[in-house]
Design a protein around this ligand. Structure first.
Ligand SMILES: *Cc1c(COP(=O)(O)O)cnc(C)c1O
Length: 358
């Protein structure tokens, strides 16, 4: 028997979502972003399911090493690059491709002896102002890397969009212009688009798209859900009803007692809470599915339990499956209720939640 709280992973959905990515950007190669344990879905499991991806991107070098240890053979870019020679050596040893975003990293690459050449991604800051070279620094760094024996030629180049999930934000056009202008005349493949860039900004597609969230079936736009984009949710977070009680009008439910029964209420208790990664800030009224029908959360989310109003679901029984998000209930909708984003909910699923592949 499955533990009460578990997450079902539909690995055919992830393959479907990759096909959807290719449909959106038919001329681009796909670098599938699998950082943060593949957004909570399991790094190696997801990389294996995405055997058709052209490359992977992770945030940190140890995530890239894990992919290699698991036998993943595609190209792997490491979005944060390295901060010391010792870390840089891992890139050569494991055939990982650093994103180079600072002059310090260029210096290190010139002064470190590597036993083989590495492919690198040179990153321009076009307005995100997190990582990346300034436009004035870019060409000089490009030339230095062009002359660096350790670097496989030609270099690839990238930037990252800050506001692509806002379809009318002028920054995205400005970022694309600056990227195009700064890289003019430089040879090498280019990559710009995250999930929102892929879906909303065709100009951002270039040679490589770098989607993360959409592969897991969620939409990056604040007012939309995965199915609106032709995506299928990969993770369905489930648990069971472990108690049902009738409480009279006026009784307060849970910590703080801030939800009070307005009438005689059939209260269900489901075995999941913030200790599993369900957001504590989800307010009363946040929907769950019981027997495929919606019921609202009532009272505060506890560590291991949530309470539900089952007054409209007289057929519900102890042992029934409860869906917190996923199939039939987009994680984006729960994120909106909880005042957060689907990325956070997916990443925050705790290790005690068993992940089971469909
Ligand atoms: C996380 C990340 C992505 C993927 O973003 P999504 O919004 O999940 O598609 C792409 N590029 C970089 C640099 C990232 O950090």
């Amino acid at each position: 028997m499955l533990p009460a709280a578990h997450a079902v992973l539909d690995m055919t959905a992830i393959v479907h979502n990759l096909a959807r990515v290719r449909e959106c950007a038919p001329n681009a190669k796909v670098m599938a972003v699998v950082k943060a344990n593949a957004y909570g879905h399991g790094l190696v499991r997801v990389a294996r399911a995405l055997a058709d991806a052209d490359a992977f991107a992770v945030a940190r070098v140890d995530e890239g090493v894990s992919l290699r240890m698991a036998g993943v053979s595609q190209r792997v870019a490491v979005l944060q690059g390295y901060t010391c020679a010792e870390e840089l050596e891992l890139y050569a040893r494991y055939s990982l491709e650093p994103v180079i975003h600072s002059i310090l990293q260029v210096d290190l690459l010139e002064t470190t002896v590597l036993d083989r050449t590495i492919a690198v991604w040179l990153k321009l800051d076009t307005g995100m102002h997190r990582l990346g070279l300034n436009p004035e620094q870019f060409e000089a760094c490009y030339r230095r890397l062009q002359n660096c024996a350790a670097v496989r030629q030609p270099l690839a180049m990238m930037t990252h969009l800050a506001n692509a999930d806002e379809r009318t934000d002028p920054l995205t056009g400005q970022q694309l212009d600056l990227f195009g202008d700064t890289l003019e005349g430089l040879t090498g493949e280019r990559s710009v688009a995250n999930s929102a860039g892929l879906l909303a900004w065709e100009r951002a597609h270039a040679e490589w798209v770098r989607p993360g969230l959409v592969l897991y079936g969620a939409s990056p736009f604040p007012d939309r859900s995965g199915p609106d984009e032709g995506l299928k949710p990969v993770m369905t977070l489930r648990t069971r009803l472990i108690a049902i009680r009738n409480l009279p009008a006026g009784e307060a439910i849970g910590y703080g007692g801030d939800w009070v029964c307005p009438h005689s209420t059939r209260v269900g208790v489901a075995a999941i809470g913030y200790g599993d990664g369900y957001p504590r800030q989800a307010p009363s009224g946040t929907p769950v599915l019981v027997r495929g029908r919606r019921a609202p959360l009532i009272g505060r989310v506890s560590m291991d339990m949530v309470t539900l109003d089952l007054s409209e679901l007289p057929e519900a029984r102890v042992g029934d499956e409860v869906t917190l998000w996923g199939e039939g209930l987009p994680v984006e909708e729960i994120a909106r209720h909880a005042g957060t984003i689907p990325y956070v909910l997916l990443c925050n699923v705790m290790p005690r939640v068993k992940l089971v592949e469909l």
